[in-house]
Design a protein around this ligand. Structure first.
Ligand SMILES: [Cu+2]
Length: 541
């Protein structure tokens, strides 16, 4: 691994030259000013919610074991909070960033310090606002924990991030107001375009010259791409024309590398790392990296469902071998790579690739101590607004206090927070039955879970007499997607006292109530977080 730049230069989009000697633990400190500003990521100018007037928000690069200390300063006229997606937050529950659960939302003009270590995890993560629908407007960024002992580190020379997102031209609060009204009938807002690392192509004929994210690969080398789907709604299918991708990481869990794909499908909240090798190809050209929103899961297709970036070959001296844009620049191209992309919509073959991902080293506990059945349903309330339910409860965020405060005061939890009480050391099997016709990427805070079983579309409810659980080598991760009218069995270890939200990472569905909270060894929280001033009754309320 080639490391070039010394510690301290951390706000770079390219992680290729991040230096990590890891001989001593460092603290990454930063101030994050949450502000609105105007930007045109895909050529269409709109108000964007960013950090330090950057969109995408700054990339955080740290080494495993470092501490991250970030002061978030709220310079907008609404409350905010930041969640560090995939961080275990061992001993730092108050940095998990869920308003009404682990902290009071940060009020306008106020600030809040997040501080947590990265001792037990490495890989590809991200962060985003967990308040309302703010991350849809842009409040999100990549968080990479480098590990000099990464088992794949000698297999690549260079790396980069491909942060994908769906993108709307309307402010998220306006879209939400419509979505949570009787008029929408529960149909989620359709994104207008898509972005890779904050750059998209809305209408190339109008704007006359579209911009593309540009990344280089040196002939005869291998590059790691860290792919992050930061969407509100979209599932992406990603291809790198003319190249295969070896999958080596899923949500911070290293894989055995035996799965090699032409295209991969990634749900909101999920991450993958892939290795791409540059020697079998014609080096005298450049290639498209293409991400397309899977519009099969939407009521209608986005205006521009495809976003492209350029993979540009350089020679041994780092000089461009071709300055031309890739061929096949038309979005309706019928070249072979796009055929591969189309083929994954047919049947379940594609889904099987994901159930066959095997972690390199993530042994699953063999027995569970507790089973929890959770059913997903969407139906309208008395006002004819379509809401989302886990076990007939639609989650409502507390505004005036937090579950942590209630825990500390030994007060009962409100029913609308769907709190599931578990004990320290429990091994929980979550049996999820999805009665909805949509797919839902389920994300658990503070943990990874093992996917012991995942049904195909229309398999119906989990049936223990017919399904064999995979306790041999199941994939572990923090976000797994349940198929329409189907089931999943997820196992996790209660080894992290806290109040951990579990929710659908389609942000529209979270706002519609598809969330619950695990109160894990909550009796231990009273002691640890008893004196924190942030836990008082929420100030602005
Ligand atoms: Cu969902």
């Amino acid at each position: 691994m080639k490391f070039l730049i010394l510690f301290g230069i951390l706000f770079k989009l390219s992680s290729a030259d991040f230096y990590c000697d890891c001989s001593n633990k460092q603290t990454f400190s930063a101030e994050f000013n949450v502000e609105w500003f105007f930007a045109a990521p895909d050529g269409y100018i709109r108000h964007v919610l960013g950090i330090n007037r950057q969109f995408p928000a700054p990339v955080i690069h740290v080494c495993k074991g470092d501490t991250i200390k970030i002061t978030v300063i709220n310079k907008i006229d609404a409350p905010t909070s930041i969640h560090w997606h995939g961080m275990f937050q061992y001993g730092t529950l108050t940095s998990d960033g869920v308003p009404g659960v682990t902290q009071c939302a940060i009020q306008p003009g106020d600030y809040y310090q997040y501080k947590f270590h990265t001792d037990y995890q490495a890989g590809t993560y991200w962060y985003h606002s967990h308040y309302s629908v703010q991350y849809i407007d842009g409040l999100k960024g990549a968080l990479i924990i480098h590990d000099p002992k990464d088992p794949w580190i000698s297999a690549y020379e260079d790396e980069d991030i491909l942060m994908l997102t769906d993108w709307y031209h309307t402010l998220a609060l306006d879209l939400e107001a419509y979505y949570l009204s009787p008029a929408s009938n529960g149909t989620e807002p359709i994104p207008d375009t898509a972005l890779i690392n904050g750059i998209g192509q809305y209408n190339c004929s109008l704007v006359n010259k579209c911009s593309y994210y540009d990344t280089i690969i040196q002939v005869n080398t291998t590059k790691r791409f860290r792919i992050i789907n930061t969407s509100a709604f979209a599932v992406f299918v990603l291809t790198i024309h003319g190249h295969k991708m070896r999958m080596i990481e899923a949500d911070g869990v290293n894989l055995d590398g035996n799965i090699i794909v032409d295209s991969l499908r990634i749900n909101a909240g999920q991450r993958y790392s892939v290795l791409v090798h540059a020697n079998e190809q014609n080096p005298k050209r450049n290639y498209w990296i293409q991400a397309t929103i899977d519009s099969d899961v939407m009521a209608s297709a986005p205006v521009q469902p495809t976003v492209k970036a350029i993979l540009r070959y350089v020679d041994e001296n780092g000089c461009y071998v071709s300055s031309k844009k890739p061929i096949n620049s038309h979005l309706n191209s019928t070249d072979d790579n796009l055929k591969i992309l189309d083929s994954i919509h047919e049947g379940d073959q594609f889904i099987d690739i994901y159930s066959s991902l095997v972690p390199l080293d993530s042994p699953v506990p063999q027995q569970s101590t507790k089973k929890v059945l959770i059913e997903i349903e969407f139906y309208a309330n008395d006002e004819n607004v379509n809401l989302a339910h886990f076990n007939n409860i639609s989650f409502l965020h507390l505004m005036d206090t937090t579950l942590l405060s209630l825990t500390r005061a030994q007060q009962p939890y409100p029913q609308s927070n769907n709190v599931q009480i578990i004990q320290y050391g429990d091994i929980i099997d979550i049996i999820l039955n999805n009665h909805d016709t949509g797919e839902h990427p389920i994300h658990l805070h503070g943990h990874i879970f093992w996917i012991l079983a995942a049904g195909k579309t229309n398999d119906g409810d989990y049936n223990s007499s017919q399904v064999v659980l995979n306790t041999l080598n199941p994939l572990a991760r923090d976000t797994a997607s349940i198929n329409p009218i189907s089931y999943m069995v997820l196992r996790f270890e209660a080894n992290n006292p806290g109040l951990w939200m579990m929710h659908c990472h389609i942000d529209w569905h979270l706002q519609a109530g598809l969330a619950l909270v695990w109160a894990e060894a909550a009796e231990l929280l009273h002691y640890k977080y008893g004196l924190s001033k942030e836990l008082d009754v929420c100030a602005a309320y």
